[in-house]
Write a protein that binds this ligand. Structure first.
Ligand code: FES
Length: 243
C-alpha cells in the first residue's frame, strides 16, 4: 500500500536511474518487485528465505565501489545507485542463464517444463542456444505416484529443499554430495516414491524448471488411482483420488 510508505521506515535508493523506496528489511529484489520492476531471479521465491545460490539476480552497484551483488540478498542503503541492466550486470545474468540452460534435458527426450521460470527469463534476456555442454544428471525417476522427479532438469536452486523443510516442516528433500556430484536427494538418497514424502506438493509449486512436476502433467498417472496422502487439496492438481 503506497500509504504505508508515509509511516514506515524506508530507504531511498536509485534503481536503473529511477528513485525507489524500500521498506526497512527489504532486499533490492523485493523492493524492485513491489514496484513492478523485473530483475531475473531463480533461487528466490516470494515468502521463502533467500538463499542467494543461483546468481541470476546480480545487479551492479555503481556508486562507490562498483561491485556485482545478488539483489535477492543485498539490502539497499540510502543513496545507493544500482543498475540491473548495465552491461556488466546483464552479461553476468545472461551467462548464469546460459549455463543453467545448457544443463536442461533436450526437449522431447524427458519431461520437464518448457514454460518454466528459467525459460521465461531466458526469453526475456534473449539467451538462446547455450554454447556449453550439459553435465548430465540423474535419470528421471517416476517412482512416486503424484510427483515426477526429473533431476536432469534440476538447477540446484534449493527452492524445493526450503519448501519441504522450512515451509512444510517435512524435511524429506535435502542437498547432498559435493562438487560435480552435488544433487537434490530424498531422505537418504532414496527413490522419491520410497521416501517419506507425503505428496503435499509444495516442492512442485517451488520448482522453477519442472524438475519436480505433477505426474499427471507428464502422462504418468491414470486419474482415479488411489494413493495415501495427507493433502487431498494441495496445489499440485495431480488428479489422484485419495484414500
Ligand atoms: Fe538471487 Fe538466485 S535469485 S541468487
Amino acid at each position: 500500500n503506497p500509504e504505508d510508505l508515509k509511516t514506515a521506515k524506508t530507504v531511498g535508493f536509485k534503481l536503473d536511474g529511477e528513485d525507489v523506496q524500500a521498506f526497512e528489511g527489504e532486499t533490492i529484489l523485493q523492493a524492485a518487485k513491489r514496484q513492478g520492476k523485473e530483475i531475473p531471479h531463480l533461487c528466490y521465491k516470494d515468502g521463502y528465505r533467500p538463499d542467494g545460490n543461483c546468481r541470476a539476480c546480480v545487479v551492479e552497484i555503481i556508486k562507490g565501489e562498483r561491485v556485482l551483488a545478488p539483489s535477492c540478498c543485498r539490502y539497499p542503503q540510502e543513496g545507493m545507485d544500482v543498475s540491473s541492466t548495465s552491461e556488466r550486470a546483464r552479461t553476468s545474468q545472461k551467462l548464469v542463464l546460459e549455463l543453467l540452460l545448457s544443463d536442461m534435458p533436450e526437449q522431447g527426450k524427458s519431461p520437464y517444463n518448457p514454460h518454466s521460470e528459467l525459460d521465461y527469463w531466458a526469453g526475456k534476456l534473449e539467451v538462446w542456444n547455450p554454447r556449453f555442454p550439459g553435465r548430465g544428471q540423474p535419470a528421471p525417476n517416476f517412482s512416486h505416484p503424484a510427483i515426477a522427479a526429473n533431476l536432469d532438469a534440476c538447477i540446484q536452486c534449493t527452492r524445493c529443499v526450503r519448501a519441504c523443510r522450512e515451509e512444510q516442516m517435512n524435511d524429506v528433500i535435502g542437498y547432498a554430495f559435493r562438487g560435480h556430484h552435488a544433487k537434490i536427494v530424498f531422505d537418504q538418497d532414496d527413490p522419491m516414491g520410497e521416501s517419506t514424502c507425503v505428496a503435499c506438493g509444495e516442492c512442485v509449486q517451488a520448482c522453477p524448471t519442472g524438475a519436480l512436476m505433477p505426474s499427471n502433467s507428464v502422462g504418468l498417472v491414470e486419474p482415479e488411482k488411489k494413493v495415501d496422502s495427507t493433502c487431498p487439496y494441495c496445489g499440485v492438481g495431480c488428479l489422484l483420488t485419495f484414500n
